[in-house]
Each structure stands twice: as C-alpha cells, then as structure tokens.
Design a binder for this molecule. Structure first.
Ligand code: IPE
Ligand code: IPE
Ligand code: MG
Length: 260
C-alpha cells in the first residue's frame, strides 16, 4: 500500500474501502432494560417484584458481559420521564439503586468493574449522590468492565446540558464559537469517556429508544428481543451478540466484498 497507510490500514482493502463485518464482541453494548412491570403482572405480582427481579437479571448480565469480553456495558435504569410514574414506584426504584450500590459495590470492585452513573445527578436525593460518588471513586482504576448506569437519564437533557457547557465556555472565552463541532459536543456529554454504543438491545418487544443515547446511537446496531428484562440472562445476551456479529456495518460507506 502506498502513501495513505493510516489507522484504517489494518482493515482496509487496496481501494481504501473499510471492511464492515461487525467486530466480535462489540466494544460497547447498551441495554434498555424494559418489561419488569409486565413480567410481574403476568404472575399476579406487584410491579415492584418485577423491578426486584430485574436487579438479579442485571447481576447476571454484568457477569456475562465480563465473560464475553465486552468493554463497556450501559444499562438504562431510570429515565428522566420515569418521574411520571406513581411516587411509590419512583421511591422503590431509588431504593433499588441504593441497595444495588450498598450490596454489590464490593463485589463489583473485586471483579474489576468500573462504575459510572450518567444522567441528571443534581435532581437525585443527596444520599444517592453520595453513594454514586463512593462507587465511582472506589472503582475508578478498574479495567475489567466499564459499567455505565443511566439513572435519571434523558438524552435530550444530556444534549441540552452539553450545549449549556459549550455556551458557558464560549462566553468565558475558553472556546471559539467557530470551533464548535461534533467533538466539542460529544466531549461534553455524560458519555464523553466511552465509545459510541455498537449494539443497543431493548427487551420486552418495544421498538423505540425512549430518549436513550440519541446522539451516541447514530450508527448503533439494534436488537429487539421479546424477552422481558427479569428473564434476561447469559444466553439472551449471547443471542443478541450473535445477531450483532452477523450485521454488516457500513457507516455510510459501501459493503466490502470478500476478495473484491
Ligand atoms: C423497566 O420496566 C424498568 C423501568 C423503566 C424503570 P418497566 O417498569 O418499564 O416495565 P413495563 O414496561 O411496564 O413492563
Ligand atoms: C425506558 O423504559 C426506560 C428504562 C428502561 C429505564 P420505559 O418503560 O420508561 O419506556 P416507555 O415509556 O415504554 O417508552
Ligand atoms: Mg417499560
């Protein structure tokens, strides 16, 4: 290859067409953990029991993500729109986050998991903010898995907060308005440290994003499974990864043909 050998050279053909087979495993998997309420209703149980069992599914999924070599696992746990649920359910979900950090943090740390929470933190109760800081601080040097918990997260809110930071930086003379580009925005998102999700999985058969990672999902692959979140396990994740591995990712380019 002459001249233009670059970062793409290891996966470029002689005409510079990028190979597009989805890398296996994906670097970043994001999951919309949906269907807890329906799982409970189908069993005549209160919705809260579905949420409780959903935490068990999350534990299984974290273990499987480590096993499968996924670098970053983002889980949608509480959306900025979930405040519209009955106050008792909102409080229950807050309580589950507290319990999850209190009970699982030591084990996550031991397994090398780095925990980060994204979303509008300021609106959360002070004790939860403290627990989040504790989890992020303790695990900051861990590298086995980046676990990103989206809690009180809404993508439009995240983008608006990033835009506000840009405005503040421009007003303070730290940033030239003419230099505002995609990188200026993406580096001010809550997810600045993470690669864009390669794969977004949504459980429970719903086929929408519900205000999750709108900016970051520009070229994500989507897998929708009818499995309700409390039933999600290693095999369901495996199946989603297998589906992803068969996808052709073109990023606006053209598909590479073997031997072409
Ligand atoms: C997902 O399950 C958990 C949260 C959104 C907090 P749901 O509570 O949305 O369950 P369904 O969709 O009503 O079944
Ligand atoms: C999305 O699920 C949010 C989470 C999984 C945390 P919802 O159940 O809130 O989404 P909609 O209301 O069905 O779109
Ligand atoms: Mg739901």
């Amino acid at each position: 290859m002459t001249g233009g050998a670059d970062a793409m050279s290891s996966n470029a053909d002689p005409f510079g067409v990028p190979q597009v087979a989805a890398p296996r495993p994906p670097r970043h998997v994001a999951i919309i953990m949906d269907g807890n309420g329906r799982w409970a209703a189908a069993r005549g149980l209160p919705r809260t029991e579905g949420h409780r069992r959903g935490v068990e599914a999350l534990r299984r999924t974290i273990g499987a993500a480590i096993e499968f070599g996924i670098g970053t696992l983002t889980v949608f746990s509480f959306s900025s729109e979930n405040w519209s649920r009955p106050p008792a359910e909102v409080q229950f979900l807050f309580g589950l986050l507290r319990l999850f950090i209190q009970r699982d943090l030591a084990d996550l740390h031991e397994r090398g998991v780095r925990v980060t929470v994204i979303g509008a933190r300021d609106a959360l109760p002070g004790d939860i903010r403290g627990l989040i800081e504790q989890a992020e601080g303790l695990t900051a040097a861990n590298r086995a898995l980046e676990l990103v918990v989206a809690f009180n997260y809404g993508a439009r809110d995240e983008i608006a907060r990033a835009a506000r930071r840009i405005a503040e930086d421009v007003a303070a003379g730290r940033l030239d308005a003419g230099a505002v580009d995609e990188t200026a925005l993406s580096t001010r998102l809550d997810t600045a440290r993470f690669p864009d999700p390669d794969l977004i999985v949504r459980t429970s058969g719903e086929m929408r994003l519900s205000n999750f990672l709108l900016w970051q999902s520009a070229y994500a692959e989507f897998v929708f499974t009818p499995v309700l979140w409390p039933d999600f396990d290693r095999e369901t994740l495996r199946a989603a990864l297998d589906e992803y591995a068969g996808r052709a990712r073109r990023f606006g380019g053209i598909a590479a043909r073997s031997g072409a």
